[in-house]
Design a protein around this ligand. Structure first.
Ligand code: ATP
Ligand code: MN
Length: 430
């Protein structure tokens, strides 16, 4: 029976392994094969004089990255990786690899990101790439565990919708029988409606679709959003939840992913410390103006250049709070004492925005006014507005981009590195 390569130790007597041909070295009387599976690498040593003719003929045929099965005797040997080697009794090619390959798995030639993404299955055979996805998986596990532990209910909301969450041009229209429909840009409206259903604490981890026009290193057209919504909570409560979650996720990765972290060559993986500083929007634009030399006025958006300048100043994760109501979505709750400022926040990593959230408007009439004040037609939001007429609890929540979380955690330079099969303006295949 096949066992993982990592389970073959110098003490093992016999083993059957399956894996990819990582390297071939033929030294005349001796041939060496390095065989790789997801757990590691083992050397298969073939003393040509001592093996069956059938084995000899096969080793002549085998190409790199072919899938092979080897059964044989294990010998302890210091020079080989893992301190052991396998001397084959049988050596079978299960599935041959064509050559040349579209991508060099052994990475003697570093490839462009585009080439790598075109052959993602080969790219992901490289430990430094698969490590990213092992860590991404651990991040998802940690998020689920954290939120379930806090009593959250997991929900799934529709991705085919009739109305835009926030209006705007970022929507993908789709053909839906005889109706106009779109891919959902956020579960916002649905998770809020479920506050009206009495679900109290919900989360969803699912795709969001945005027709981002520009190709940037931090935008995808299909991204994964970690969304939560909590009743009887305000913006401060859910900021606390968010910073706790971030710290938990980093700690989980630190505790469980040392091998993949080594493979990505992250020297010092540091778990951020909470609480994260809170920076008022007004202070944020002052820092941006001082550091960029560009003048930011109250009410301006904080763009990429400003984000970076403030990030350098802050040095770690931080929140931007107390945003002008005017530049945040209609569902953000204005302060009582000054309705021109709202209870919205962004969680920032020094490199970019990770999450946006707010205490939400739960009063029906105020919500209608705010929708109208954004130039949207409240009639298009009737399905969303109705629950606000039948006892809506106060609530707050946020949406956190999973790829940005992984990207900033691992210092990846392009968000596409954090997705197996990214979707961007030019990429629809594979
Ligand atoms: P940005 O201003 O950086 O484009 P946003 O403010 O438009 O982001 P939100 O609508 O606040 O994004 O969405 C919440 C979170 O979802 C963002 O903070 C980000 O982490 C993630 N996100 C949003 N759009 C994208 C995208 N196109 N690609 C990847 N992640 C995204
Ligand atoms: Mn945002």
């Amino acid at each position: 029976m096949r066992i993982p390569v990592s389970e073959v130790t110098p003490q093992t007597k016999e083993a059957e392994i399956m894996g990819w041909v990582h390297e071939v070295r033929d030294l005349g009387g001796l041939a060496f094969f390095l065989i790789r599976d997801r757990t590691g690498i083992i050397q298969v040593t073939i003393p040509k004089k001592k093996v069956e003719e059938s084995v000899l003929s096969i080793i002549k045929e085998v190409s790199r990255e072919s899938m092979v099965r080897v059964r044989g005797q294990v010998k302890a040997i210091d020079k080989a990786p893992g301190g052991r080697e396998l001397i084959p009794d049988t050596f079978e090619i299960i599935s041959r690899s064509d050559s040349p390959m579209p991508l060099d798995v052994v990475e003697k030639v570093p490839a462009e990101l585009d080439t790598r993404l075109d052959s993602r299955f080969l790219d992901a055979r490289r430990p430094r790439v698969s490590a990213v996805f092992e860590i991404r998986s651990a991040v998802m596990q940690a998020v689920h565990e954290f939120l379930f532990h806090k009593g959250f209910m997991h929900i799934s909301t529709p991705k085919i919708v009739a109305a835009a969450t926030e209006g705007g041009t970022e929507l993908f229209p789709i053909a839906y029988f005889e109706k106009e429909a779109f891919l959902n840009q956020s579960p916002q409206l649905y998770k809020q409606m479920l506050m009206g259903a009495g679900f109290e604490k919900v989360f969803e981890i699912g795709p969001i679709f945005r027709a981002e026009e520009h190709n940037t290193t931090k935008h995808l057209n299909e991204a994964t959003s970690i969304d939560v919504e909590v009743s009887f909570s305000d913006h401060n409560d859910v900021m606390k939840l968010l910073e706790e979650l971030i710290v938990h996720v980093y700690r989980f990765v630190d505790d469980n992913c040392q091998m993949p972290l080594q493979n990505i060559e992250i020297g010092d993986f540091t778990v951020p410390e909470s609480p994260f500083p809170r920076l008022a929007y007004r202070e944020a634009i002052e820092i941006a103006s001082a550091k960029t030399g560009e003048l930011f006025e109250y009410g301006d958006d904080i763009g990429t250049a400003a984000e970076k300048a403030i990030g350098v100043e802050m040095g770690g994760h931080y929140f931007i709070v107390d945003w002008p109501t005017e530049i945040k979505p209609y569902y953000a709750m204005p302060y009582d004492h000054d309705p021109s400022v709202c209870k919205a926040f962004d969680l920032m990593h020094p490199r970019m925005e990770l999450s946006s959230g707010a205490q939400r408007v739960h009063q029906h009439d105020l919500l209608v006014r705010q929708i109208a004040s954004k130039g949207l037609n409240p009639d298009n939001f009737e399905f969303y507005l109705t629950p606000f007429r039948y006892g809506m609890p106060p609530h707050a929540g946020w949406g956190l981009g999973a790829e940005r979380l992984v990207m900033t955690m691992l210092g990846l330079s392009n968000i596409r590195e954090a997705v197996l099969f990214p979707r961007d303006r030019h990429r629809l295949v594979p």
